[in-house]
Write a protein that binds this ligand. Structure first.
Ligand code: HEM
Ligand code: MTE
Ligand code: MO
Length: 340
């Protein structure tokens, strides 16, 4: 007897679970900056392959559904277009075969399409309500789910093998999935804005850094900072899919804030209003960089001072800093990603 695949209800439920896991691991993948996070990225690849395996089965369900004329059909079609865009840009980026579309970075499109997909998936499921059944937790379904997960993992391994054996560009990507761009050549390194900042024009004579340890506050000039020349080689890895390694130099945060007292976090604030909070345990690793590869920072890269946070993703590397402040607020008391 030929294997006919699961029925429509099981396909829909499996796809829902796989999509939700893809979201969770995808967000985990862009949050990870040090090599311990590689497992989240690998899990994302495996879960993504599970979605791929479900596509032909879902295709049968869709063909049946299209015979019924629902007036929300266009929303479901939009959902399908976003899902396919997410899959293709994901695979395009991992293999390296398609890394940009119409001038936009493929990874950026991947994340944007996935984020637009999320509310549509929620709506689509609520409008249909495939109810789980008790039998969904039977031993038989568990075995099938195991076989299915194994297939997805096998597909992931096969793809990784093809990428490295065929020497596709994807073979050179970092564990985060990012590609090298402008290492040791800051002028060819991309300048990146998280959401809606614009590069400010800052007069270095008038610029001051406000340093607060929670009880006292003082102002530091650029000349004061330039007295330091601590060098750190570190990799800036942006969630839009590129990374660059540079030799940064400047003042260690620890030199300006030697005593942390009872503080729980360090707030790093930009003149643009962008900010992020670090756990105090990070303090010994943070650098207020004024130069990169021996030259002052370009305006786009954070002139006069930007943060270097080794092992953390690019959005932690605050540019155009105007204030650093120790506070008693825990570091996790902030949105998971900056909102400006
Ligand atoms: C519906 C949700 C999603 C689906 C179906 C999906 C699908 C995929 C696929 C098919 C790949 C290629 C994996 C491979 O070929 O091995 C991929 C890679 C990737 N995705 Fe997603 N994704 C989703 C959501 C997200 C989200 C929300 C993010 C981040 C916020 C994200 C970040 C990434 C990253 C960083 C990679 C590159 C991994 C690498 O190159 O090793 N994904 N995704
Ligand atoms: N103030 C401010 N700092 C910021 C950002 C921003 O939009 N505003 N973008 C962040 C992101 S997402 C990245 S990847 C790096 C990019 O640094 P670069 O422009 O020097 O490459 O800066 C980070 N620092
Ligand atoms: Mo970024």
């Amino acid at each position: 007897m030929a294997f006919r695949g699961p029925g429509g209800r099981v396909t829909n439920l499996a796809l829902l679970v796989a999509l939700l896991l893809a979201f969770a691991t995808g967000v985990g993948a862009v949050a990870s900056g040090s090599s311990g996070g590689r497992w989240v990225v690998i899990a994302h690849g495996v879960v993504a392959m599970a979605v791929v395996v479900l596509v032909p089965w879902k295709g049968r369900v869709v063909r049946r559904g299209l015979r019924r004329a629902r007036h929300t059909r266009w929303l479901s079609l939009l959902l399908a277009v976003l899902a396919v865009t997410t899959l293709l840009t994901g695979i395009g980026s991992t293999t390296g075969l398609v890394r940009s579309v119409a001038g936009a970075l493929g990874m950026w499109i991947h994340i944007a399409a996935a984020l637009a997909l999320l509310p549509l998936v929620v709506w689509h499921v609520l409008a249909r309500r495939a109810r789980p059944r008790r039998a969904d937790l039977s031993r038989r379904t568990l075995i099938r789910a195991g076989l299915f997960a194994g297939t997805a993992a096998g597909l992931y391994l096969a793809q990784s093998a093809v990428v490295s054996v065929a020497g596709l560009p994807g073979a050179g990507r970092r564990f985060t999935g990012s590609y090298e761009a402008g290492s040791f050549d800051p002028d060819s390194m991309p300048s990146y804005i998280w959401l809606d900042d614009t590069t400010p024009t800052i007069d270095p004579q008038r610029w001051r850094l406000t340093v607060s340890d929670g009880s006292t506050t003082r102002e530091v000039t650029l000349r004061d900072l330039s007295a330091f020349d601590t060098r750190v080689r570190a990799t800036l890895d942006c969630t839009s899919g590129w990374y660059a390694e540079q030799d940064w130099a400047g003042a260690p945060v620890r030199a300006l804030l030697p005593h942390t007292g009872h503080a729980r976090s360090l707030l790093v604030h930009s003149t643009t209003g962008y900010w992020i909070r670090f756990p105090v345990r990070d303090l010994d690793h943070l650098l207020l960089a004024t130069t990169v590869n021996g030259t002052p920072l370009r305006p786009g890269h954070g002139f006069p001072v930007r943060l270097v946070a080794p092992g953390r993703r690019g959005f932690w590397w605050v540019k155009w800093i105007d204030r650093i402040e120790l506070t008693s607020t825990p570091w996790w008391w902030q949105p998971p990603f900056p909102l400006t």
